[in-house]
Design a protein around this ligand. Structure first.
Ligand SMILES: [Zn+2]
Length: 477
């Protein structure tokens, strides 16, 4: 089944690419041997540029020409994993010295990853990695259905899915000459996805089965940890690896705390603080790779602040601890800024100064909307239609149950015509519907970290700025 999908996807892309192949081969011989040529065509572009990155650094950018083609010639590169942005999308590309590689893709959001195809040097590893990316995405619901299984059965399922992919890779390495680095990269794209599922198992299993404690797991379950490399600079910016490492530390801090302090649950803010201090200490002692270290510290700080969303001595102390460990000034600024935002949203604070657009196209402030009322501000975006339908239905129910509240919808990242059309189609009356015209501003000011968030206010004062629209109100009679 898997090989069919792989071949099918690959053939489809190869066909898309055919018209382009003729263009690149001619100039190739003139390039110095170490130079890299990266070019391509973007169908339905969503921006004028393609920007190439190596880890957190911009390598170069190229503007699309009138035929939506771009081209980079790089005298020398740092070999290995790169990524390229065609805003708002991004994807990985593996590059080695002397490579000449073409891409073709369709940038309309639903096709971006599916349509991406590489041809030229290192096409095999790059096409393989994008296939893995898509396969894992497709497999996700299946994996989630495995979480209630016993540890042994779950392991067996994950191992067998991993094995199928490793066999694909073996076939690829027989049929084409992969460099050692390319092979390692392709294998990492299999391994870390699979290992991530195992690190998530203890928590998802508990949640899915309703067991009251974390299921005891023997060392056989964690054999993947034997070859663990927590200092892999090459993979630090590779999402599956980074996600794996994050989850590994989540798991490990839980284990360590359970063994040393005898704690089991971490629901209260104090318990969260305690657990996250373990996490910082573990990262500090186990990760030496500077960028990975700093990225992990940032992630722990952000996670903690968003989860507890308090402003108190504990948070101050935690931020001090984070600042002492992190060597990244930009991260420190970012965390400070986030904390400031959280402080501004504490109960009894005045609502922040945020401007929205109403149905008539006039600017109105959050405070003007809230004045003299009990208000629930909720969010949606045109990108997530299912969420929009769910939240619309839910709000209709809440309105009946809570007639002393007004419910104000705020649409994010939706242009005006789309907004008007969506409200119209869904029969939502435009009174009390607003559109944000500056996503970054509203995201920072109101700390919008998810679409289920809602903000409850009384007159112009915050009651709860970190409520959940689906769970914070009694919605049944
Ligand atoms: Zn502890």
């Amino acid at each position: 089944m898997f090989s069919f999908v792989l071949l099918n996807g690959y053939m489809k892309r190869l066909l898309l690419l055919l018209p382009l192949i003729g263009n690149i081969s001619c100039g190739e011989n003139e390039l110095p041997t170490a130079a890299v040529h990266f070019a391509g065509e973007i169908v339905n572009p969503t921006s004028d540029y393609v920007v190439l990155h190596r880890n957190d650094k911009v390598v170069d950018s190229a503007q699309l020409d009138e035929n939506n083609r771009f081209s980079f010639v790089l005298d020398s590169i740092d070999e290995g994993l790169h990524h390229f942005d065609h805003s708002p999308q991004r994807q990985y590309i593996f590059l080695e010295k002397g490579d000449s590689i073409l891409i073709r893709l369709n940038a309309s959001s639903s096709y971006f990853d599916e349509s991406l195809v590489f041809s030229g040097d290192n096409e095999e590893v790059n096409n393989f990695m994008i296939e893995m990316f898509l396969t894992y995405e497709d497999e996700e619901p299946l994996i989630y259905s495995f979480y209630p299984l016993s540890p042994e059965d779950f392991s067996a399922k994950i191992d067998s899915l991993r094995q199928q992919k490793l066999e694909e890779l073996e076939q690829l390495s027989i049929s084409s000459e992969l460099s050692e680095k390319a092979y390692t990269m392709a294998k990492a794209s299999i391994d870390y996805h699979s290992y991530l599922y195992k690190e998530k198992y203890p928590f998802y299993h508990k949640k899915k089965t309703g067991e009251t404690t974390i299921h005891k797991l023997d060392s056989a379950f964690y054999t993947h940890r034997e070859s663990l490399d927590l200092n892999n600079g090459e993979l630090s910016y590779f999402r599956p690896y980074y996600d794996f490492v994050k989850n590994y530390f989540g798991n490990l801090s839980y284990k360590v705390c359970n063994a040393l302090c005898g704690m089991e649950g971490f629901a209260s803010p104090e318990e969260q603080l305690h657990l996250n201090k373990h996490k910082l200490a573990l990262i500090d002692s186990l990760v030496a790779e500077p960028k990975l270290r700093d990225n992990l510290f940032r992630n722990v700080a952000m996670d903690y602040l968003l989860k507890v969303h308090n402003a108190n001595k504990d948070c101050d102390a935690f931020i001090n601890e984070f600042e002492a460990l992190s060597n990244n000034e930009a991260h420190k600024e970012e965390i400070k800024y986030l904390y400031k935002g959280i402080q501004n949203l504490q109960p009894q604070q005045e609502l922040p100064e945020v401007w929205l657009e109403n149905a008539e196209g006039n600017a109105v402030s959050l405070k003007e909307i809230a004045k003299g009322n009990n208000t629930v501000f909720y969010f949606w975006t045109s990108d997530q239609k299912r969420h929009f339908r769910n939240v619309t239905r839910h709000i209709a129910k809440l309105k009946l149950l809570h007639p002393n509240h007004q419910f104000a919808g705020i649409s994010l990242k939706t242009n005006r015509s789309e907004w008007v059309a969506l409200l119209d189609d869904s029969g939502v009356r435009p009174e009390n519907q607003y559109r944000s015209t500056d996503f970054e501003e509203i995201q920072n000011a109101l700390i919008v970290d998810g679409l289920n968030k809602c903000i409850i206010s009384r007159d112009t004062l915050v009651v709860n700025a970190f409520a959940n629209v689906f769970t914070s109100f009694p919605s049944k009679n």
